[in-house]
Design a protein around this ligand. Structure first.
Ligand SMILES: [Zn+2]
Length: 285
């Protein structure tokens, strides 16, 4: 039987699920070994247990805390804003604060990367999908406070979108799930549309092009579903702008006079031959 865990970030949007996704920094398909919850908030212990590790991840995880819940069930929390106040060996209860989520280590914005590991004897063990461990009340997928592929452009979708855009440095506003001028500007930066700050037809279409759906200018169920899928996998960054054309300086032609070809005289040929022979003799000495 699986150990039952609670959501370590209740009410926070899942910005990247467990499984394959496009890596937000390095690009390329990569296995995402945990669940990312976006934003800055108190990260909570997912279950009763003992703190077995507190440290700084040498592999980009920032401030890391590991909790043992059962012989083959550990949870690990990454990218904390600071070192946890908890002590190694301390017993924690489900819901105890671990730390404030942050963006330490290799990270594009405030979030917690949450992992479930099945290692034994204190080893780091194997990653596994946390979802089956969650008790029904704290499951990430079926609750209405997390991002799901519904085709509805709801507040949670906007929250996840704003979080992801902020993570890419494109959004400067608050993560409030309410799209305004700053959100529209971020979408325009993300999609390469003109920066009008309004959700105009050109922006609606540019976003659709970016998502790889029909650009009819209407964000219907199909468009929103694609958006939600991409948000769950980790939204790709802004398109690489076309390189500026390099204007080369004008080339000033240098006129080299053509050498005048002429036939050598017999004396000249003889002189060259003697000199070559003389040089060859010199080299032998
Ligand atoms: Zn992650």
């Amino acid at each position: 039987m699986l150990y039952r865990l609670n959501n370590p970030a209740p009410g926070r949007p899942v910005t990247s699920g467990y499984g394959y996704r496009i890596h937000p920094i390095r690009g390329g398909r990569k296995m995402h070994r945990g669940i990312d919850y976006g934003g800055q908030f108190d990260v909570l212990a997912a279950g009763d247990g003992t703190v077995t590790h507190i440290g700084w991840s040498p592999r980009g995880g920032g401030h890391v805390v590991k909790i043992k819940h059962a012989t083959d069930c550990y949870t690990v929390y990454y990218h904390g804003a600071h070192r946890t106040q908890l002590k190694k060996g301390q017993h924690v209860r489900a819901g105890d604060k671990i730390y404030l989520s942050g963006t330490t280590g290799s990270s594009t914005g405030n979030h917690v990367h949450f992992e479930v590991r099945t290692g034994r004897n204190g080893a780091w063990g194997t990653n596994t999908d946390p979802n089956p461990y969650f008790s029904a009340s704290s499951a990430t997928a079926p609750t209405n406070n997390t991002l799901r592929v519904t085709g509805r452009l709801d507040k949670y979708t906007w929250v996840a979108w704003q979080t992801a855009l902020k993570g890419h440095g494109l959004y400067t506003g608050a993560i409030d799930g309410i799209p305004g001028r700053l959100t529209h500007l971020a979408l325009q930066r993300w999609s390469g549309a003109d920066l009008t700050g309004k959700l105009d037809l050109a922006t609606l279409k540019a976003v659709q092009v970016r998502l790889g759906v029909d650009d009819d200018g209407v964000w219907g169920v199909g468009t929103v579903r694609e958006l939600q899928k991409e948000l769950l996998q980790g939204l790709a960054g802004a398109p690489t702008p076309e390189p500026e054309p390099i204007i080369a300086p004008p080339i000033v032609p240098i006129i080299v006079p053509e050498p005048v070809a002429r036939v050598m005289t017999r004396q000249e040929v003889e002189a060259i031959r003697k000199r070559n022979h003389f040089d060859a003799m010199k080299d032998k000495k």
